[in-house]
Design a protein around this ligand. Structure first.
Ligand SMILES: Nc1ncnc2c1ncn2[C@@H]1O[C@H](COP(=O)(O)OP(=O)(O)OP(=O)(O)O)[C@@H](O)[C@H]1O
Ligand SMILES: [Mg+2]
Length: 246
């Protein structure tokens, strides 16, 4: 199965189930927007896919590899996790230069030393941060740090890019760079992208398909145009019209 799929998923904390789904499927090479009210389970979904957390039950089909998530060992998950890039809303920078922050993922992946410099500089060029390669990453502005986080996720050419509200705290200039880069990457490398956003116009601009997460369930998934123009469920209708009290 060359898709990304989750089957029989259940994520609970204590007595409370925060995310459940019989089947969630993503086609390879597509750009998905993930929207829904605060607390609905969007970040949980991305963390589960990124193997950062274990659900109570669930099987992940990662483009041909099947993993039982509840019993997955770190060692078995690592080669899959290394095919995913993840950018959080507020990325943590390592206390090192911008260059080293981006190079680290390649070093972990044991890439040839000579190949590392050009790959890092290409990734930094892409996000317009090459001129700051030698600056300490912990001194960057929020927008700069977010662009470096994107370069760090892209440098190893992940099959899957997971973005958790990556532009939520950025100004329009940094948002436009960020959006341009992810669109370019998606078109040129056919990277599968899942992007959580509260910015509905942004989901409309970028995503080919959208998912609506509501109270721990995927209530609706559709092509972006019909998702926004012809939402099927009353909950999504309320959400896109801004009538939902979150
Ligand atoms: N480690 C945890 N322990 C207990 N509850 C948790 C934990 N992580 C998440 N939750 C709960 O799970 C629910 C879903 O959280 P999640 O972070 O996935 O929401 P979200 O849709 O990303 O919200 P937002 O849009 O505000 O980021 C929330 O009610 C949250 O409090
Ligand atoms: Mg979240």
């Amino acid at each position: 199965m060359k898709r990304l799929e989750l089957h029989n998923l259940k994520v609970s904390y204590g007595q409370r189930t925060v995310l459940q789904a019989e089947r969630i499927a993503f086609e390879r090479g597509r750009f998905y927007g993930v929207v829904g009210p605060s607390g609905s389970g969007k970040s949980t979904l991305l963390r589960i896919i990124n193997l950062l957390e274990k659900p109570q039950t669930g099987t992940l089909h990662f483009f041909g590899t099947e993993l039982d998530l509840a019993s997955l060992s770190y060692q078995k998950g690592l080669p899959i996790q290394r095919q995913m890039g993840y950018v959080a809303q507020k990325p943590a920078m390592f206390q090192a230069t911008v260059f080293d922050n981006v190079a680290l993922g390649l070093r972990y992946r044991k890439r040839d030393k000579k190949a590392i410099r050009p790959l890092v500089m290409d990734a930094l060029e892409l996000v317009e941060m090459a001129s700051l390669a030698n600056q300490r990453a912990d001194t960057l502005s929020g927008g700069e740090a977010q662009r470096v986080a994107l370069a760090r996720a892209l440098v190893f050419e992940p099959a899957l890019l997971l973005l958790d509200e990556p532009t939520a705290s950025l100004d329009p200039y940094n948002i436009s760079i960020f959006e341009r880069v992810i669109q370019t990457i998606h078109q040129e490398r056919q990277t599968t992208i899942l992007m959580i956003t509260h910015n509905l116009p942004q989901a409309r601009r970028l995503a080919e398909s959208c998912l609506f997460v509501y109270q721990g369930e995927i209530v609706e998934q559709a092509e972006t145009e019909s998702f926004f123009n012809r939402p099927a469920s009353p909950m999504l209708q309320d959400f896109v019209l801004g009538r939902m009290i979150c």
